[in-house]
Design a protein around this ligand. Structure first.
Ligand code: TXA
Ligand code: MG
Length: 346
């Protein structure tokens, strides 16, 4: 049985958090909201508890988890040889949608970090998440609370769709604020490297670090990925909706023209086409979902809408892309992966 409890996101009910914390203390699983996406939580310092996350999600054991803390100082319990740059980032972006990768201390079990010598740490900016970590009296390991390969959950219903009967409790705190997972930055290398773009953007990180670079895969160079999956999660197919997805980027007018041409061709072949749009264009498609007009709206709605398309039995989904400035880089990174790199530039 999977219980779902609605909780007030501003003032989480203490009795419910206590119940959830008791489940974590018993080495079992609780799904909870963060400001990015819903996480599937377990006691990060208990290898038996952490193993259950991998089983419930059907996640490959070589893909490490992010450890969530409620207090900045807990970094020192989990990590060692912390470089100076880390302090800048912690000061500026914790709590918030930033995960930093540091050298791990032995207290963190191998199961949590998939046997890497490093640990990914983040302090979420969400009352429910923070209160749950505090009540559990332990850091909480939490990947996104979806079945492996599916779009990350931004609502409690999404978690239920993927994990019902596999976990004890889902805390429903309403739709998540940001909608895309945290930015992951590796600080254990000579030049700090963004392994996954998110709401803490490259532009925001630059002033805080002397040097910073993007992992090559983020720019779509997935040939490198086969050989050097830096963040082990990178090599797996992600966010995949059931229908095939294709992304069109470039000049706005050209995008409209290309999509209309594709719809025409696909209809000739009696195929059903869905569009994920970021403009007001009225395409002659079988179904249109508007992702939003601003990048923040698009980020917030993207995974929800990818899941909504699954109910429609479409043959192909075509998405209008955005430019890669700011959070646009994270949006395009998720769209690239969801489409299996089927991105056409026009
Ligand atoms: O916003 C988020 O980060 C959400 C919420 C729940 O906090 N969590 C999340 O976790 O997205 P997950 O497991 O879906 O993604 C974690 C990513 C994976 O790509 C994983 O490979 C990478 O972080 N990662 C974790 N530990 C790492 C490490 N030690 N070194 C490099 N990459 C790591
Ligand atoms: Mg995930």
């Amino acid at each position: 049985m999977t219980d779902i409890y609605k909780v007030n996101p501003q003032k989480p009910e203490k009795v419910i958090l206590k119940k959830a914390a008791d489940i974590i203390k018993k080495s079992r699983l609780v799904a909870f909201p963060t400001e990015t996406v819903y996480g599937l939580g377990a006691d990060a310092l208990n290898s038996n508890a952490v193993k259950k996350i991998f089983f419930a999600k059907e996640r490959p054991m070589d893909n490490p988890l992010i450890v969530h803390i409620a207090d900045k100082d807990d970094i020192y319990i989990l990590a060692k040889n912390i470089p100076k740059e880390a302090n800048n980032l912690i000061h500026k972006f914790f709590p918030g949608p930033l995960t930093i990768v540091l050298e791990k201390k032995p207290i963190v079990p191998d199961e949590t970090t998939a046997r890497l010598a490093t640990v990914a740490i983040r302090m979420p900016e969400n009352r429910i998440a923070i209160d749950l970590i505090q009540a559990s009296q332990t850091p909480i390991a939490a990947p996104s609370a979806n079945r492996a390969g599916r779009p990350s959950p931004t609502r409690a219903e999404h978690v239920f769709q993927d994990l019902k009967e596999k976990i004890d409790l889902i805390i429903d705190g309403g739709p998540t604020k940001l909608g895309l997972e945290s930015t992951v930055v590796d600080l254990t290398v000579e030049t700090p490297q963004i392994l996954r773009p998110g709401a803490v953007t490259l532009e925001m990180l630059k002033p805080e670090l002397k040097k910073i670079e993007l992992h090559p895969s983020i720019l779509g160079n997935h040939a490198d990925l086969e050989t050097i999956p830096k963040s082990p999660g990178m090599k797996y197919r992600h966010y995949a909706p059931k229908a095939k997805l294709m992304v069109i980027v470039g000049n706005r007018e050209n995008i409209h023209f290309k999509i209309e041409e594709l719809i025409h061709d696909l209809h000739m072949k009696k195929m059903k086409v869905g569009i994920a749009s970021v403009s007001e264009r009225k395409y002659p498609a079988d179904h249109i979902e508007n992702l939003g007009y601003s990048k923040n709206e698009i980020a917030k709605n993207l995974f929800d809408i990818l899941r909504r398309f699954d109910e429609l039995n479409l043959d192909l989904i075509i998405a209008e892309g955005v430019d890669e400035e700011g959070i646009g880089l994270a949006i395009m990174n998720r769209l690239q992966k969801a489409s299996g790199y089927a991105v056409i530039r026009v």
